[in-house]
Design a protein around this ligand. Structure first.
Ligand code: PA5
Length: 432
């Protein structure tokens, strides 16, 4: 049974029960299209049954390699862009407040930018620390990670010598094709495969996410078992009321049709900032096409209440909000008592920061609804591996159903190619 609860109470001011009833048929058809494999992009449905099909032998191989890399490293550099790094970063940053269970290394990222200033900083750190590398690219030909891998491989080989460097590199790529696959074969790097039928943004529960998350010391068995529980719930529960992913898909489509064209994913947990980045890619690449699609955006509260909070409360009424509400924190502080009370804070002395933060959440939700922002609540008990596994699968399933309801192919990303073609022409790449 999933631990995620969708709360649509604050949406009832904006959507009627009759409107929800009217969209039921469309949502059921979209779910049927997904599960029958008859919809657009059906060669990319490997993620649908991925959690339940993840076997013990595969998990052992991933855990062994994660442990091997973590034991020899203070830092693991994860090289990848888009779906090849955002899932890892989402989970690793969300879990940063929890103690790793096994051998663990700090994770740093490369290949998601081509800014030389970033690499200068990174190399300074890597000069001082023992490190290893996980390089991830499904196509094996993406420019940003390919450049980063050249830079970091050169640094690694200079630091350790070629033989030891080769022992500190693991590759995740296609089983048969791509430059990265060829390099890995030639150098004898351990290789993990991204299944053909799993697209980048749906790949966090393959070795793409599991190996680096395991290298950070977190419990990837629990991540997968959380996803398995949500997979069952998404597939089996028929009605919108029982199946939160279906209800979420329904509400966001209804709101979109009423002119709410921007969805902000918000949370009062600082560690979820990269979960939002993962979510933005998932929904933006899946739905933003054919001149359609909700624009996914994210805000981290209360930080952003002091910047874009003004727009959300008072700007053009085209924004709806999905607010992740986390009941408990992994760590705690209380507001200290201070006899002088010059800052006037004694009215919350000895109160936990979670208590204060959760009241900020309630106050914000009330203000946003009053200001004309529909707020969908996503309630979770705390942030751990099990819950994150559920959240990942929940959003993936809802995204596919929502995309089919919108009338797009949620599994392609033709728009991503435009900049690449221009960049290759400008750089003089042969054939462009
Ligand atoms: O979701 C996607 O397909 C993309 O974001 C890719 O993950 C991203 O472009 C990186 O591609 P690759 O893994 O082939 O290097």
């Amino acid at each position: 049974m999933g631990k995620i609860k969708l709360n649509i109470e604050s949406v009832t001011k904006f959507i009627t029960a009759a409107e929800i009833d009217a969209i039921r048929g469309e949502i059921e058809s979209a779910k049927e299209l997904l599960l029958s494999g008859k919809g657009a992009g059906n060669d990319f449905l490997g993620w649908v049954n991925l959690p339940s099909e993840t076997g013990a032998d595969f998990m052992k191989r991933v855990k062994d390699e994660a442990e091997r890399l973590a034991k020899m490293s203070q830092t693991i550099v994860v090289i990848g862009i888009g779906g090849s790094y955002l899932g890892t970063r989402a989970v690793v940053e969300a879990l940063a407040s929890r103690e790793p269970k096994g051998p663990s290394a700090s994770i740093v990222y490369a290949g998601h930018t081509m800014d030389p200033d970033y690499y200068a900083q990174l190399m300074k750190r890597l000069d001082k620390e023992d490190y290893s590398v996980i390089v991830i690219s499904k196509s094996g030909t993406t420019t940003e990670p390919a450049i980063a891998f050249r830079l970091i491989r050169q640094h690694l080989e200079k630091k350790y010598g070629k033989e030891i460097a080769n022992n500190r590199i693991a590759v995740i790529t296609d089983a048969q094709k791509g430059a990265l696959h060829t390099i890995a074969g030639a150098e004898g790097y351990p290789q993990f495969v991204i299944p053909d039928n799993v697209g980048g943004r749906f790949s966090v529960l393959t070795s793409v996410g599991l190996l680096p998350i395991g290298g950070a010391g977190y419990d990837i068995d629990k991540l997968v078992s959380g996803a398995q529980a949500m997979q069952r719930e998404c597939a089996e529960k028929k009605s919108l009321e029982e199946n939160p992913a279906l209800m979420y898909a329904a509400i966001r489509n209804l709101l979109y049709r009423k002119g709410y064209k921007v969805e902000i994913l918000t949370s009062f947990k600082y560690g979820l900032r990269y979960f939002s980045e993962w979510w933005k890619q998932l929904y933006g690449e899946s739905e933003g096409k054919d001149g359609k699609g909700i624009l996914p955006y994210s805000l981290s509260f209360t930080t952003d209440l002091h910047s874009l909070g003004q727009y959300v409360q008072d700007g053009e009424r085209m924004v709806f909000e999905t607010m992740i509400e986390v009941a408990q924190s992994n760590q705690e502080f209380s507001v200290p008592n201070d006899e002088a009370n010059i800052d006037g804070l004694n009215y919350i002395a000895e109160r936990t920061l979670t208590y204060v933060n959760n009241n900020a959440l309630k106050g914000t939700r009330e203000a946003h609804v009053a200001g004309g922002v529909p707020v969908i609540g996503l309630e979770i008990p705390q942030i751990d591996e099990e819950v994150l596994g559920q959240m990942i699968y929940f959003f993936e399933f809802a995204c596919a159903v929502s995309g089919y309801t919108l009338g797009v192919n949620p599994f392609n990303q033709p728009g991503v190619e435009a900049y690449k073609t221009n960049m290759f022409r400008l750089l003089g790449k042969p054939g462009f």
